[in-house]
Design a protein. Structure first.
Lengths: 387, 135
């Protein structure tokens, strides 16, 4: 081909000045839920984006005002359904803070074990779906997806043995946990996390030696330290942007101060940095679960006797903001109680909502293929974005 | 000024005229670069209250900013010029409470459809408010 202009069009993908408007979603496989991006494109380059959310909105905050403190925790698990333990924990902690309700040490450790296993399960789903999104470039990207789902299923087996459910648990309640661990569960957990730990090395070998994976993630979707803070980035994302902030360390809750773990930080701020942080977090979670199982104290799992009707748990007048370090970042619950059995006002601070709001700031100028890689690296769960 | 919440935290309430000034002071002087969330509370006949939480991560210091709007008032200055993260949060707040954030670059509904009637988190909005069938 001798026409240099034609060659430029093929290589750059663009030669003219017209803009193409492309609707991506809401039912797009890489959206991990129902997310719609109205993209303006010049060739392959994104020049504008309107992010449309709300397809999964159920008005949890209004719902919480109509449900009692014993009813809502099992509904809270539906906000972030990929890591349901986390949102339950945020809600019951807020109620406990306002009502100054003590939680027995054994229940605190059980909460830690549940939260860390949940982080492992959630990160498994993230790694699998994210690499699947980048699909063909990783040599039949479904390989890692299937491996990760297999590992996630093992962790869900543990939850099933613990509470009888695999996705939405109802494990936490105000004052403690609802279930104690069944006989032999301890060993099952140790076996599972040992297996996951071994498999992690295999995934890293598969991905990090893959040149396509590096090209598609390194230097892509860079979020600066300043933008990360202004947007309210949290969890693995802010730690991928060079801010070593972890609520488990900054403001320990549920006895996290008893455990020895590292807070992994990367400074590049790109998709690869966020990947590295999460891979390191897998291992830290495994460490925490081992320590919690070793040191699991004996005693009761709830600080209050059971009630015969749902309206009997009342929380004194007051307000508090409780937050936990979820798989996707800071899951917060701002609760105002008026002395009755239901909250006066409850606000969810969904980690995914704040994390996702970075997209209009970083997608401009990216190639359309990078949109998918960046979305996946943010790891949004739309139940939590839309609440 | 009163201390509230867990950890080293402060709550500051100001009249609505000084809301933006307080935001700038929190960010520039107190180093609260991190925008956590903003929301509102409907205190029925006493009017609406806007609440925002910002943090200085290096000093592990949290600040809760509050301003009470006079009863019947729905206008409040926007914090978007100070923290870009306020953009979606204030859109949600407008969607749910009908608070008009002045100076917001793109104030439209975010979670509900653009043609939704009413603002669901107002106490006057009944839980079972009927709405037209889905198109």
């Amino acid at each position: 081909m001798s026409d240099p202009e034609a060659r430029k069009v093929i290589e750059m993908g663009y030669a003219g000045s017209e803009r193409l408007t492309m609707n991506m979603g809401p039912q797009h496989p890489s959206a991990h839920g129902v997310f719609r991006a109205i993209l303006s494109l010049e060739g392959e380059t994104v020049v504008d984006i309107d992010a449309v959310i709300g397809y999964l909105h159920r008005c949890h905050e209004k719902l919480a005002e109509t449900l009692t403190y014993t009813q809502y925790p099992s509904i809270a698990s539906k906000t972030d359904y990929v890591a349901a333990m986390t949102s339950e924990l945020a809600y019951v902690r807020a109620a406990e803070l306002v009502g100054k309700i003590e939680v027995p040490k054994r229940a605190q450790y059980l909460r830690v074990i549940a939260a860390e296993l949940q982080r492992i399960a959630s990160h498994c789903l993230w790694l699998g779906t994210w690499t699947l999104d980048m699909g063909g470039a990783l040599g039949g990207g479904a390989t890692i997806f299937l491996y990760c789902i297999r590992e996630r299923e093992w962790v869900l087996d543990l939850f099933e043995a613990l509470v009888g459910a695999r996705l939405l648990y109802g494990f936490h309640q105000v004052g403690g946990t609802r279930y104690d661990i069944p006989a032999g569960w301890d060993k099952k957990v140790r076996d599972t996390i040992a297996l996951v730990e071994r498999r992690l090395d295999e995934y890293e070998d598969m991905l990090e030696s893959n040149a396509f994976f590096q090209v598609r993630t390194q230097g892509v979707g860079v979020v600066s330290r300043e933008l990360a803070q202004e947007i309210g980035f949290s969890g693995p994302l802010i730690r991928g942007s060079g801010v070593g902030y972890d609520i488990r360390r900054a403001e320990p809750y549920s006895s996290y101060e008893d455990f020895d773990f590292k807070v992994p930080v990367e400074t590049a701020g790109d998709c690869y940095a966020r990947y590295r942080v999460r891979m390191a977090e897998f291992r830290e979670s495994i460490k925490i679960v081992r320590q919690a199982l070793d040191g699991l104290p004996a005693g009761p799992i709830s600080s209050r006797p059971g009630v015969k009707s749902v309206g009997q748990v009342r929380i004194a007048k007051g307000e508090a903001y409780a937050r936990v370090e979820g798989a996707r970042g800071e899951v917060g619950c701002y609760l105002i109680a008026d002395g009755s059995a239901k909250p006066y006002r409850m606000k969810w601070r969904g980690a995914s909502f704040s994390n996702l709001s970075v997209l209009p700031h970083i997608l401009i100028g990216c190639k359309i293929a990078d949109v998918v890689a960046i979305m996946g690296s943010v790891d949004p769960v739309f139940g939590e974005v839309d609440r | 000024m009163s201390a509230g919440g867990e950890g080293p935290a402060l709550t500051v309430s100001v009249p609505v005229e000084r809301w933006l000034e307080l935001g700038r002071f929190a960010k520039d002087t107190l180093g609260c670069q991190y925008f956590n969330f903003s929301t509102a509370v409907d205190w029925k006949e006493q009017g609406l209250e806007v609440v925002a939480r910002v943090e200085n991560l290096d000093a592990n210091f949290h600040l809760t900013l509050r301003t009470k709007l006079p009863a019947g008032e729905t206008r409040c200055p926007s914090l978007v010029p100070v923290w870009r993260g306020a953009n979606w949060m204030e859109r949600e707040c407008y969607d749910m409470f009908g608070i008009l954030f002045e100076g917001h670059p793109d104030l439209r509904r975010i979670l509900l459809p653009q043609d939704w009637e009413g603002h669901p988190l107002l106490k006057s909005y009944a839980v079972d408010t009927p709405h037209p069938p889905y198109r």
